[in-house]
Design a protein around this ligand. Structure first.
Ligand code: PEP
Ligand code: MN
Length: 685
């Protein structure tokens, strides 16, 4: 029966059917084109509606109208003989697109318009980061790409002003978080300003004519390899060579030009480098998505009506249940958390940094309430940024009080929406009488009911000196060991301290006698190394307004003992603390150490009034240093007793085995006997 069919000579009826099919296909093409044309027209109208709504100060989302329209469309479905299910699915997509168009319009009016942008990416053209960058900047007329070898280079390009933004992958649905990018976010001062999720399809590509059975070597990015392990496991005797990005591996094998070499790359990369696709979609999971973030030097403002996400990085306090308290704060305000990731921290073994993403805008009052509560349970907290989110969920109204925060079309860096919202000390200020910051330094608690004694030499001079002092003060009841290693001296000819070598001696004494150590950090560039060696970073009186140093200390995950500037008002003192808190570091201890007055009978004047004033204005713990205030050992005991009596949480004094031989501040240093006497007197009060 089949034998009589000759395909080379179509029968007349066949030919007719073919012609009819052709006509119908042309009709379908015309209709499809019409649908697309209408969709595009619809988008234009949606954009115009957005502009009018903005002028009329009308909200962009109107739940009742959205529902009403759906009901009308479903009624129309019946008239056109279409299933309601089909209509509601198509309608949902159309509405989502319309909302996105409107949100994009609103958002483009908030931070000032830009026609051209320079984008740093890890990888070359055709890399997934390149695709993500295109998706993140759809309306940009001109894009310049700064192609970097490592993620860190892309971050540096933004920091150094070579690029406006960097686009980096942060997590993948198959291989998980990209740890290096998380760590870079913590270390850099940059903000997250956008995100995009891309479906990533990996292909095995090779030069023309190559076949799978001949492949001996595969070049691939570690992430691409990790996402394609099932496919790779099925290949025998194949060597994997890691490359720094997927597109680069494609380019490389095009250069090698051998039928035994393949690469894991995208379809786009295969196209760009003229390669054949041997196997398409080799990723373990078909649904393989990567989330990319855009980071920039300054944060962006997100219009309160645009769905947004906020990212945080924090470390919780040592109290049991702190993380649960943080999570509860979000639950109490009904804010959905969408991501929680943890990373180990440098210099604090087993103390994790948590990264959290939640739905909401940091300018929203509800979000600010949550952040205030979260701050109480954290040692470190930094908002990495609020950015528009494309994950449209059912509408959440911003809390009404946040609506006036809309700022319109300001060119250049966006103003921080949350600046100056509640007085000068947003973070340091006391909000109520109960919440006190308690700083836990490896088990030594400052800010609680117990008076903490901090003692040690002005400067570390030798291992013998610091060991002897540590032993004496520990036995007498000191809890923290102090000692300067980088000394801020008035004269350049005075002893400047033993530097890092001295710090190793102090750390050794602290270890032997079981006392956490406190030492002064003088330079912003020393902070990172100091964090690894000391338990408390001291910022001295001469550095209280070194804002670069305060900013660095704010990024550190170590308690800071901030001394009052010798000519600083209490207000300036608290503003300096604010710098550290705003940088993320929540563990700040204030230290009153005497100020300059007309009085010459003591080195400085101990401002005892500052103690109750500070206790009233701030929740931060307050320590008194009578040694530097007095400049005279005989005055140290009465001033220390007064400090304790007036409500200080701790007393810091200088102690030396032989004060007359001290290389700095000998006249105010206590002998071991003096220190024991002081401890006895304090115990009797
Ligand atoms: C110190 O405590 O070592 C010190 C230098 O103090 P101040 O910064 O208060 O002078
Ligand atoms: Mn001193």
């Amino acid at each position: 029966m089949y034998g009589i069919l000759d395909s080379s000579e179509p029968s007349e009826s066949n030919q007719k059917a073919e012609n009819q099919l052709e006509t119908l296909r042309t009709d379908v093409d015309r209709i499809d084109d019409g649908i697309l044309c209408l969709l595009s027209e619809r988008r234009d109208v949606a954009r115009q509606i957005a502009a009018e709504k903005r002028k009329a100060e009308r909200p962009f989302r109107d739940d009742t109208r959205e529902e009403q329209l759906l009901i009308e469309r479903l009624a129309a479905a019946g008239r056109y003989d279409l299933e309601p299910d089909l209509v509601s699915r198509v309608w949902e997509q159309i509405m989502a697109d319309s909302l996105r168009v409107q949100f994009d319009y609103v958002q483009s009016t908030v931070n000032g318009r830009r026609d051209s942008i320079s984008i740093a990416i890890q990888g070359v053209e055709g890399a997934n980061s390149h695709r993500a960058a295109l998706a993140l900047t759809p309306d940009m007329n001109e894009r310049e790409f700064v192609s970097c070898t490592r993620f860190g280079d892309a971050v540096a390009a933004v920091r150094d002003g070579q690029a406006n933004i960097a686009v980096l992958p942060i997590e993948n649905t198959t291989s998980g978080a990209i740890a290096e990018v998380y760590d870079l976010l913590l270390d850099s001062k940059l903000s997250i300003v956008g995100e995009v999720k891309l479906k990533v399809k990996h292909c095995l590509v090779a030069v023309e004519g190559a076949s799978l059975s001949d492949i001996k070597t595969i070049h691939g990015h570690p992430q691409a390899v990790a996402q394609s392990t099932d496919f790779l496991a099925g290949l025998a005797d194949v060597e994997v060579i890691y490359a720094s990005d997927t597109a680069l591996s494609a380019r490389r094998i095009a250069e090698i030009d051998s039928p035994t070499v393949a690469a894991i790359a995208s379809e786009q990369a295969a196209d760009i480098y003229g390669l054949d696709i041997l196997v398409s979609g080799i990723n373990n999971r078909e649904a393989n998505f990567t989330r990319f973030v855009a980071i920039a030097a300054s944060p962006v403002t997100v219009d309160p009506q645009v769905p947004s996400k906020t990212s945080l990085v924090l470390s919780v306090s040592n109290e049991p249940g702190s993380l649960a308290e943080v999570l509860n704060a979000f639950r109490a305000e009904g804010i959905p958390l969408v991501k929680l990731e943890s990373r180990p921290t440098i210099g604090n073994a087993w103390q994790e940094m948590f990264y959290m993403d939640f739905e909401g805008n940091s300018a929203d009052l509800g979000v600010q309430r949550v952040l205030e509560e979260v701050r109480r349970h954290t040692m470190y907290l930094r908002v990495l940024g609020t950015y528009p989110s494309r994950d449209l969920r059912p509408h959440r109204r911003p809390s009404p009080a946040s609506e006036p925060v809309i700022s319109v079309s300001t060119p250049g860096p966006a103003p921080r929406p949350d600046a100056e919202l509640d007085g000068p000390y947003r973070l340091a200020g006391r909000k109520n009488t109960e919440n006190e910051t308690v700083v836990d330094i490896n088990g030594v608690v400052i800010g609680g009911p117990d008076l903490v004694m901090i003692a040690g030499p002005c400067a570390v001079e030798s291992i013998d000196q610091v060991m002897k002092t540590a032993k004496a003060v520990k036995e007498a009841g000191a809890k923290l060991l102090r000692g300067g290693c980088f000394k801020p001296r008035t004269s350049p000819y005075s002893f400047q301290g033993l530097g890092w070598e001295g710090l190793d001696m102090l750390a050794e004494a602290g270890r032997v006698y079981g006392m956490p150590i406190v030492t002064e950090v003088l330079a912003p560039e020393h902070v990172e190394k100091m964090v690894e060696k000391t338990d408390v970073l001291q910022i001295g009186t001469r550095s209280m307004q070194n804002f670069a140093l305060l900013t660095e200390a704010g990024r550190a995950n170590k308690p800071v003992l901030l001394k009052r500037g010798m000519s600083a008002s209490i207000d300036e003192f608290l503003q300096a603390a604010e710098y550290i808190l705003a940088g993320g570091n929540q563990r700040v201890i204030l230290c009153e150490r005497g100020i300059r007055t007309f009085e010459t009978s003591s080195r400085n004047t101990l401002d005892l009034t500052a103690v109750p004033v500070l206790r009233r204005r701030t929740h931060l713990p307050v320590v008194v240093d009578p040694s530097h205030a007095a400049g005279d050992r005989d005055l140290v005991k009465p001033l220390a007793l007064a400090g304790a009596a007036i409500g200080a949480h701790g007393i810091m004094v200088e102690v030396h085995p032989e004060p007359e031989k001290a290389l700095s501040d000998g006249p105010q240093s206590l002998t071991f006997d003096d220190f024991r006497d002081l401890m006895g007197a304090l115990a009797r009060t």
